[in-house]
Ligand binder design. Structure first.
Ligand SMILES: [Zn+2]
Length: 489
């Protein structure tokens, strides 16, 4: 057997230094011998890792800003993850924006060690699981309330298994490109400009919540109808281009008996989208209540200063989307102060409803108290399990986080300015076989910056891999082909 950690002589064949740990598999350590077939299985105690969601705000604080408060939290998270007490799964947000930072390459090892190979499912998938379950209950006249099931958002093994020696690499994530595109269209400015109207509004909170539900239901229906019009009109590309959202209604229709006439199916779908079952889906419930609460805050006098409101709410569409999708599934969620205030407001009360601990700079010491609590919960049995499973475990390299934050600076201005040019040039080269010079000429970078852009492009091409190609909208297969051909440019 392939022995990873040699522990000593084999009890079977007595061969010296040939026996040891082969791997950790879920709930046991497999031990074996390099020479004979002797093996042992050591049972490990049950684990139930806490799940924590780190959002963009956390990474900017720790890795871009080098803020000591975040750096210390990152160190604790790494240590608790290595101790099998905590997992911080990877999510699209970690890839989508952080790659703009010049030191992304150094942030990545932290994400790898804190996530232990665990990834959240895409938000559209989580949404679909919730809606399908609710639709089934609605058809069967079951109760409207549903508890989120961990498997909607995360493979349960990531929470209940001991880490194997061979971790699945994270980062093959494509990002939620569609969601991103949609969110970028919704400008914060547009939202903040609605505030004066909100202040005049005579609607009650419940009416505002209902308006949010109706808008969401209409969104699903419209996306589906648009898709059907495209297909009906002979636009077969509609089949490929249609947004994931149009698939929601399609999925629901498919759950209905085939003998139901098409217009009756659609009517049932519309009735479901107006039902308590739909409104009780965690994602729908949270989204509607978060936006209605934002309205209530505005009516009560918050965000009166336009400029400050723009700053405080800069990531609001992302934040609402990520919190309403993932918060019900995690034990703790680190978010920024405006969002923490919003979800603790009586209109949402996230912690009471879903048991999620909310941490922000408003209650930072409580986060460390929670870390202590986790660490103190470790039993002697668990400690023995750690020794059995990871005999030569090196303490997590805490200086790593430290050095990262010290080196981190602001985003490279050149990279920010030429982000789109860079993507275009990369696609010219990887997809269409252009040379470096041809690509630079094609994207029209001003003369003064050509030399610097050349260096940037060269380094980006050198570091292009299948796991990070999504950031330049490059497909994995084509990118791998280009790498296999020896990166011609
Ligand atoms: Zn042996």
């Amino acid at each position: 057997m392939l022995v990873t950690y040699v522990l000593g002589d084999c009890p079977g064949c007595k061969q010296q230094n040939s026996f040891g740990n082969v791997n950790v598999c879920g709930d046991h350590v497999l031990r074996g011998c390099m020479r004979c077939r002797y093996s042992q299985s050591i049972l490990l105690p049950a684990v139930r890792k806490k799940v924590i969601y780190l959002d963009q705000f956390f990474f900017s604080g720790a890795f871009r800003g080098g803020d000591d408060r975040f750096v210390r939290a990152a160190e604790r998270i790494q240590k608790l993850a290595a101790d099998q007490l905590l997992v911080a799964p990877f999510s699209s947000i970690h890839e989508d924006e952080t790659h703009l930072w010049p030191r992304f390459g150094e942030l990545y090892p932290f994400i790898k060690s804190a996530s232990r190979g665990a990834e959240f499912k895409q938000s559209s998938e989580v949404d679909r699981f919730q809606l399908h379950r609710a639709f089934m209950r609605w058809q069967q006249n079951g109760p409207a309330d549903q508890q989120p099931e961990l498997s909607d958002a995360l493979k349960p093994g990531h929470v209940s298994n001991w880490d194997s020696y061979f971790r699945i690499e994270v980062g093959g994530y494509h990002g939620d490109a569609e969601l991103l595109a949609r969110l970028k269209l919704e400008s914060v400015e547009g939202l903040v400009d609605l505030f004066p109207g909100w202040r005049e509004s005579q609607n009650t909170f419940d009416q505002d919540v209902d308006a949010e539900y109706n808008a969401a239901a209409k969104g699903y229906m419209d996306a589906y109808l648009e898709f059907m019009v495209g297909v009906g009109g002979g636009d077969y590309m509609a089949l490929f281009d249609s947004p994931v959202m149009s698939m929601v209604v399609q999925g629901l229709l498919a759950q209905l008996p085939e003998e139901t006439p098409p217009d009756e199916r659609l009517r049932q779908c519309a009735r479901f989208l107006d039902s308590q079952h739909f409104k009780s889906c965690a994602h729908q419930w949270l989204r509607a209540h978060m936006y209605a609460t934002l309205k209530a805050q505005v009516k009560a006098g918050s965000y009166a200063n336009r400029e400050r409101a723009l700053g405080r709410l800069s990531g609001v569409f992302f934040d609402v989307s990520h919190i309403s999708t993932y918060a019900p599934y995690v034990d703790a969620f680190i978010m920024d102060q405006p969002m923490a205030e919003l979800v603790s407001h009586r209109g949402v009360r996230l912690s009471e409803r879903y048991g999620t601990r909310v941490f922000s700079l408003n209650n930072w010491p409580e986060l460390f108290a929670w870390f202590d609590e986790l660490e103190n919960s470790m039993t002697d049995e668990h400690r023995q399990g750690l020794r059995d499973a990871y005999p030569r475990r090196v303490e997590m390299s805490l200086p790593l986080v430290k050095s990262m934050s010290e080196q981190s600076t602001r985003p490279d201005p050149l990279r920010v300015r030429y982000r789109a040019h860079l993507g275009d040039a990369m696609r010219q080269i990887v997809l269409f076989g252009s040379t470096l010079d041809q690509a630079i000429k094609a994207v029209k970078v001003p003369e003064v910056d050509i030399a610097a852009f050349n260096n940037l492009l060269n380094s980006e091409l050198e570091h292009l891999e299948a796991y990070n190609c999504a950031r330049h909208c490059l497909p994995m297969g084509k990118t791998q082909d280009w790498i296999d051909k020896g990166r011609p440019h």
